[in-house]
Ligand binder design. Sequence first.
Ligand code: ATP
Ligand code: FE
Length: 365
Amino acid sequence: KIVLGIETSCDDTAAAVVDETGNVLGEAIHSQTEVHLKTGGIIPPVAQQLHRENIHRIVQEALSASRLSPSELSAIATTIKPGLALSLGVGLSFSLQLVNQLKKPFIPIHHMEAHALTIRLTHQVEFPFLVLLISGGHCLLALVQGVSDFLLLGKSLDIAPGDMLDKVARRLSLIKHPECSGMSGGKAIEHLAKQGDRFHFDISPPMHRVKNCDFSFTGLQNITDKIIMQKEKEEGVEKGQVLSSAADIAAAVQHMTACHIAKRTHRAILFCKQRDLLSQSNAVLVVSGGVASNLYIRRVLGIVAAATQCALLCPPPRLCTDNGVMIAWNGIERLRAGLGILHHIEGIRYEPKYVVPFINFVKVT
Ligand code: ATP
Ligand code: FE
């Protein structure tokens, strides 16, 4: 079995060809980051236009690299939700055209399912396992019980941690910091935090009285904003210039982010173990998403994993962020499990409701 995967849910146009054993036969990606950095965020019609301009080339590149003829593909898998509707639409209409032309089955993919299953391409991981997805757009904890069997344990009630770190970095003007040029907000915070004292500012952890596995990051962002404003006054620095206490602030916000994520994850592990949803001795915790590349956060999660006898696994960085490989691999997983293939796609437009329900809700008490 060989699947072509296509991903356009946000700001990356990506495609890949993956076989049943997880070999990546060809892949290509076009990132729009540079354009969106200039506008200070993603403008959906701009993202849509860039996807339109690149999708044909990216899919061709992935196919050529695989040295396969399109007739050798078993199916075409494409992200259909969640994401920016305009971006998703480009991938979907392109895929449906291709599917019609090649007369291949179509596999609709849930972007979060793909992120969660990626680890099974790179490591031998059996169901069930716990997954923590932390990026610029996602924040969730789920128990993965099967290819399409997810138990949602917690999610962010507001923004994702990467989004919060990006906002703090922008507020701290880290883009102007000589050591942080070209870094994402989260990466700049991690870099600067190494030179700071994480206990210099007394910030309390978010939601510490709420005993479930949900997350919240806007509170942290607001507290940090207040500290920055106060420091600007004290240091006589104008808004937009780098504070001398920037490193301490970065260290404090990174520390609190790590503690908050670790605490919710700890609770999720205990919850699953108490109910025998996870193995007592062989449990696996998978951490993925752009924020998972933060070594401080990983170290704190490592402590939680060790304390609860879990193995901590992360996909390699290039598979932690959006990519086509995870979509193709999810297609393979679905083919193997006999799930979710659409043979009759005539007349189907972007209509996300036809996906198998992703998640049920459970609260930890
Ligand atoms: P999606 O959420 O749809 O997967 P995204 O572009 O929002 O896509 P990713 O590409 O997975 O997210 O990751 C980008 C985010 O990860 C950004 O918010 C960035 O600040 C954050 N990030 C990247 N490196 C680090 C790091 N070393 N420490 C903390 N955060 C980081
Ligand atoms: Fe993603």
